[in-house]
Design a binder for this molecule. Sequence first.
Ligand code: PGA
Length: 250
Amino acid sequence: MSGNIKLEICDHADGVARQAAAALAGVIRSRSETVLGLATGSTPEATYAELARMHRDEGLGFAGVTSFNLDEYWGLGGDHDQSYRHFMTDRLFRHVDILPWNTHVLNGRARFPELECRSFEDRILSAGGVDLWLLGIGGNGHIAFNEPGSPVDSRTRLVSLTQETIDANSDGRFFSDAAEVPRCALSAGIGTIREARSIVLLATGDKKADAVAAAVEGPFTEDCPASLLQDHPDCTFIIDAGAASKLASR
Ligand code: PGA
């Protein structure tokens, strides 16, 4: 199955960041109130830098934006320097005029994780649903921390990370040692993500080429969580030449 996934292939990673920022800015400018889903990781960092530049140089306003982040490490509070709350503040929120109380990142130290996850889903519903959800993709095809085997209708919940994901996040970019990486996370489910009105997935580098090819051209299967986006009505992968290198249809 190749599904409905639209492809935008850029020569280099900086083109991916520019196209992704333009897509987000387009949604922000098209309405007075926008609900964005956001992702962490190395891939979207350049996109956030470009959005911060657009805010500074072009007056792109975030005062009407509400944001929801995909996931958070279980056990890390928002003040921990490897928490995703900290990542978002550092890479985007402090550079733009988004209102802090409109930024929703799951609380990795919530006393009752099930309540925290249900409240996250309720807050998305109360905000009117997500207009555009930005995603990355893991080398194993995961989206958010939905590892292979995650059900297509999964909701926000406490999940375990695979060893591959733990290793990928301890290669010196984030945690310096695999022993420091939390083993669990709170993660929006695949069902949660699929309800966004539009989805933009970013991938750069040939380390993502197999996962991108499986997601776009392989079967619709829980073995590759990103392939579960194939039947979404408005899903675009913005990828560079390296990440596109294993696509047969390129
Ligand atoms: P990365 O992570 O952007 O750091 O490669 C992507 C992901 O695991 O979703």
